[in-house]
Design a protein around this ligand. Structure first.
Ligand SMILES: Cc1ncc(C[n+]2csc(CCOP(=O)(O)OP(=O)(O)O)c2C)c(N)n1
Length: 126
Protein backbone atom coordinates (compact mmCIF):
# COMPACT_ATOMS: atom_id res chain seq x y z
CA UNK A 1 0.00 0.00 0.00
CA UNK A 2 2.79 2.42 0.84
CA UNK A 3 5.26 1.65 -1.94
CA UNK A 4 5.95 4.83 -3.89
CA UNK A 5 8.62 5.47 -6.53
CA UNK A 6 8.12 8.62 -8.59
CA UNK A 7 11.42 8.04 -10.44
CA UNK A 8 9.76 5.00 -12.05
CA UNK A 9 6.37 6.65 -12.51
CA UNK A 10 4.86 4.52 -9.78
CA UNK A 11 2.65 6.75 -7.68
CA UNK A 12 1.83 4.24 -5.07
CA UNK A 13 -1.04 2.63 -3.37
CA UNK A 14 -3.18 4.79 -1.21
CA UNK A 15 -4.50 4.30 2.31
CA UNK A 16 -7.66 6.14 1.30
CA UNK A 17 -9.96 3.76 -0.55
CA UNK A 18 -10.68 5.37 -3.92
CA UNK A 19 -7.97 7.98 -3.44
CA UNK A 20 -5.84 6.58 -6.24
CA UNK A 21 -8.50 7.27 -8.85
CA UNK A 22 -8.47 11.02 -8.49
CA UNK A 23 -4.67 11.00 -8.22
CA UNK A 24 -4.53 9.12 -11.52
CA UNK A 25 -6.84 11.64 -13.17
CA UNK A 26 -4.65 14.48 -11.89
CA UNK A 27 -1.45 12.81 -13.08
CA UNK A 28 -2.78 12.11 -16.55
CA UNK A 29 -4.28 15.58 -16.83
CA UNK A 30 -0.85 17.03 -16.05
CA UNK A 31 0.73 14.88 -18.78
CA UNK A 32 -1.88 15.96 -21.30
CA UNK A 33 -1.49 19.64 -20.43
CA UNK A 34 2.29 19.62 -20.87
CA UNK A 35 2.05 17.50 -24.03
CA UNK A 36 3.59 14.28 -22.72
CA UNK A 37 2.05 11.27 -24.50
CA UNK A 38 1.80 8.98 -21.48
CA UNK A 39 -0.93 6.57 -20.47
CA UNK A 40 -1.78 6.25 -16.79
CA UNK A 41 -2.99 2.90 -15.42
CA UNK A 42 -4.97 2.90 -12.20
CA UNK A 43 -5.68 -0.30 -10.23
CA UNK A 44 -8.30 -0.46 -7.51
CA UNK A 45 -10.68 -2.85 -5.78
CA UNK A 46 -14.46 -2.81 -6.17
CA UNK A 47 -14.66 -1.29 -2.69
CA UNK A 48 -13.52 1.99 -4.27
CA UNK A 49 -16.65 2.04 -6.41
CA UNK A 50 -18.66 2.93 -3.30
CA UNK A 51 -16.70 6.15 -2.93
CA UNK A 52 -17.71 9.47 -4.47
CA UNK A 53 -14.23 9.81 -5.92
CA UNK A 54 -14.95 6.90 -8.24
CA UNK A 55 -17.80 8.80 -9.88
CA UNK A 56 -15.98 12.11 -10.03
CA UNK A 57 -12.94 10.43 -11.58
CA UNK A 58 -14.97 8.50 -14.18
CA UNK A 59 -16.78 11.64 -15.19
CA UNK A 60 -13.73 13.86 -15.61
CA UNK A 61 -11.61 11.18 -17.30
CA UNK A 62 -14.26 10.72 -19.97
CA UNK A 63 -15.30 14.36 -20.23
CA UNK A 64 -11.71 15.49 -20.75
CA UNK A 65 -10.81 12.46 -22.90
CA UNK A 66 -7.82 11.56 -20.72
CA UNK A 67 -5.56 8.61 -21.64
CA UNK A 68 -6.16 6.64 -18.46
CA UNK A 69 -6.94 2.94 -18.04
CA UNK A 70 -8.92 2.07 -14.92
CA UNK A 71 -8.51 -1.55 -13.82
CA UNK A 72 -11.00 -2.70 -11.19
CA UNK A 73 -10.03 -5.94 -9.46
CA UNK A 74 -13.39 -7.23 -8.27
CA UNK A 75 -13.05 -10.02 -5.72
CA UNK A 76 -16.59 -9.53 -4.41
CA UNK A 77 -15.49 -8.26 -1.03
CA UNK A 78 -14.33 -4.91 0.28
CA UNK A 79 -12.37 -6.41 3.15
CA UNK A 80 -15.23 -8.30 4.82
CA UNK A 81 -18.14 -6.48 3.18
CA UNK A 82 -19.78 -8.39 0.35
CA UNK A 83 -20.53 -6.41 -2.79
CA UNK A 84 -24.07 -7.77 -2.73
CA UNK A 85 -24.66 -6.20 0.66
CA UNK A 86 -23.17 -2.81 -0.08
CA UNK A 87 -24.13 -1.85 -3.64
CA UNK A 88 -27.56 -1.61 -5.28
CA UNK A 89 -25.90 -2.07 -8.70
CA UNK A 90 -23.33 -4.85 -8.53
CA UNK A 91 -22.36 -4.68 -12.21
CA UNK A 92 -19.36 -2.40 -11.87
CA UNK A 93 -19.08 -2.09 -15.63
CA UNK A 94 -22.54 -0.60 -15.85
CA UNK A 95 -21.38 2.22 -13.62
CA UNK A 96 -18.33 2.97 -15.75
CA UNK A 97 -20.38 2.64 -18.92
CA UNK A 98 -22.84 5.17 -17.52
CA UNK A 99 -20.06 7.70 -17.94
CA UNK A 100 -19.80 6.65 -21.60
CA UNK A 101 -16.57 4.74 -21.00
CA UNK A 102 -15.42 1.92 -23.19
CA UNK A 103 -15.54 -1.07 -20.83
CA UNK A 104 -14.55 -4.70 -20.90
CA UNK A 105 -14.93 -7.48 -18.35
CA UNK A 106 -12.55 -10.43 -18.16
CA UNK A 107 -11.82 -13.24 -15.75
CA UNK A 108 -8.90 -11.77 -13.86
CA UNK A 109 -7.66 -15.27 -13.05
CA UNK A 110 -7.30 -16.00 -16.77
CA UNK A 111 -3.87 -14.81 -17.85
CA UNK A 112 -4.68 -15.27 -21.53
CA UNK A 113 -7.99 -13.45 -21.19
CA UNK A 114 -6.29 -10.50 -19.54
CA UNK A 115 -3.47 -10.44 -22.08
CA UNK A 116 -5.97 -10.59 -24.95
CA UNK A 117 -7.31 -7.19 -23.96
CA UNK A 118 -4.12 -5.68 -25.26
CA UNK A 119 -4.67 -7.30 -28.63
CA UNK A 120 -8.37 -6.76 -29.11
CA UNK A 121 -9.26 -3.37 -27.83
CA UNK A 122 -8.49 -0.26 -25.95
CA UNK A 123 -10.97 -0.07 -23.13
CA UNK A 124 -10.71 2.73 -20.66
CA UNK A 125 -12.27 0.59 -17.96
CA UNK A 126 -11.32 -3.02 -17.37
C1 LIG B 1 -12.04 6.30 2.56
C2 LIG B 1 -11.79 5.01 3.29
N1 LIG B 1 -12.83 4.40 3.90
C3 LIG B 1 -12.65 3.23 4.54
C4 LIG B 1 -11.41 2.66 4.61
C5 LIG B 1 -11.20 1.34 5.34
N2 LIG B 1 -10.93 0.28 4.38
C6 LIG B 1 -9.68 -0.23 4.20
S1 LIG B 1 -9.63 -1.41 3.02
C7 LIG B 1 -11.31 -1.27 2.74
C8 LIG B 1 -11.99 -2.10 1.72
C9 LIG B 1 -11.34 -1.99 0.37
O1 LIG B 1 -12.02 -2.83 -0.54
P1 LIG B 1 -11.42 -3.17 -1.95
O2 LIG B 1 -11.01 -1.88 -2.59
O3 LIG B 1 -12.42 -3.99 -2.68
O4 LIG B 1 -10.09 -3.97 -1.66
P2 LIG B 1 -9.94 -5.47 -1.09
O5 LIG B 1 -10.66 -5.52 0.22
O6 LIG B 1 -10.53 -6.42 -2.10
O7 LIG B 1 -8.46 -5.63 -0.95
C10 LIG B 1 -11.88 -0.30 3.57
C11 LIG B 1 -13.30 0.07 3.56
C12 LIG B 1 -10.33 3.34 3.98
N3 LIG B 1 -9.08 2.85 3.98
N4 LIG B 1 -10.55 4.50 3.31
Amino acid sequence: MHIFDADHNFYGGNAIVGGGLSLAVGLVLRDKMVGEANVTACFFGEGAVAEGEFHESMNLAELWDLPVLFVCENNGYAMGSALLRTESETDIHAKAAAYKMEVEQVDGMGVIAVAAIRETGRPRFL
